[in-house]
Design a protein around this ligand. Structure first.
Ligand code: PEP
Ligand code: MN
Length: 343
């Protein structure tokens, strides 16, 4: 961090600042130019309260050299993090495919979809039991009954389950029942929820907020990690822009950016990004091409009658063909997905 003092700042003020920072444990390099005096801080500045320094009337400007997140930062952890969920790896050389309906609707629905996506090579079953809907009048999910049905589908197929948590009071139940806990876009900055999830050791799938910057997403990951849970998977799921042809705008550039800044695995959700079923295929391929560690895709056996997000859900046959293409693409990049089973 670099602190630029205003011209004509009294020498004693500069010394007071320097000593204060040294007392906080930083090494401070003073450099006096013709007009400006600059204090260069050496040490871990992630915990520094910038606003306190900025409140000093003699401070002209503060420049951050280091990112404000530490545990999620690749600088301090050069190797890619690989998260192991019951033997299934997320990160590293494997491409993790999660698939399933937007929401769990019935036993037949979730078990049938789970069987189909598994046959096509998906390694995780997604499905919402608690649904964050824009309208309170829309289907809100089957809630705890939905969790039971997900567990049933896991028992039938062996696929680990990924599902969204909405409130901290459900954490114990989710830790017990679920394999990957999803934090939805709307809760990305629910800091109390993030802190509580940080106290568990469950893998957390953290989705990027509707209008969150990459740095804000990484700071949210830091909330979870700073409580001791380092099993965080990031998810780019499209952001709000002026464009309204698609539901959101898939920020593909976020993938290489996050991979440069952080060691955490990052997956892409093409379904919520586009909001259109026919865009899921090209966006999935693009995501793999730019280096995503996996995909989370909405698949429904009867999209026209889905209780949620049918317009962006692909059918199992289409998912199967997509998986074959993804496999070919992955191999081009010397990566792999697990074998698809022909049927
Ligand atoms: C979902 O995965 O069904 C979902 C609600 O996603 P998001 O939080 O990204 O909108
Ligand atoms: Mn959905």
């Amino acid at each position: 961090m670099i602190i630029i003092m205003k011209p004509h700042t009294p020498k004693e003020e500069i010394l007071i600042q320097k000593q204060k920072l040294e007392r906080e444990g930083f090494e401070v390099n003073l450099s006096q130019g013709e007009n400006y005096c600059i204090l260069g801080l050496i040490g871990d500045t992630t915990k520094i309260d910038e606003s306190k320094i900025g409140a000093n009337e003699y401070v002209e400007k503060i420049l951050k050299v280091q990112q404000p997140y530490k545990l999620a930062n690749r600088l301090f952890h050069p190797d890619n993090t690989v998260i192991n969920v019951k033997g299934e790896k997320i990160g590293g050389n494997k491409i993790a495919i999660m698939a399933g309906p937007c929401s769990v609707e019935s036993e037949e629905q979730i078990v049938e979809i789970a069987r189909r996506v598994k046959k096509s090579g998906a390694r995780f079953l997604r499905g919402g039991a608690f649904k964050p809907r824009t309208s309170p009048y829309s289907f809100q999910g089957l809630k705890t009954h939905g969790l039971e049905l997900l567990k049933l589908a896991r028992k039938e197929t062996g696929l680990p389950i990924v599902t969204e948590i909405m409130t901290a009071d459900m954490i114990d139940k989710f830790v017990e029942d679920v394999d990957v806990i999803q934090v939805g876009a709307r809760n990305m900055q629910n800091f109390e929820l993030l802190k509580e999830l940080g106290k568990t050791r469950k893998p957390i799938l953290l989705k990027r907020g509707l209008s969150a910057t990459i740095e804000e997403l990484l700071m949210s990951a830091e909330y979870i990690m700073s409580e001791g849970n380092e099993n965080v998977i990031l998810c780019e799921r499209g952001i709000r822009t002026f464009e309204n042809y698609t539901r959101n705008t898939l920020d593909l550039s976020a993938i290489p950016a996050i991979k440069k800044l952080s060691h955490l695995p990052v997956i892409v959700d093409p379904s919520h990004a586009a909001g259109l079923w026919w865009m899921v295929e090209p966006l999935s391929k693009a995501a793999i091409a730019v280096g995503a560690d996996g995909l989370i895709i909405e698949v429904h056996n009867d999209p026209a009658n889905a209780k949620c997000d049918g317009q962006q859900s692909i059918k199992p046959d289409k998912f199967h063909r997509l998986m074959e293409d993804i496999d070919a693409l992955a191999q081009l990049g010397s990566r792999e997905i697990y074998e698809t089973i022909n049927f």
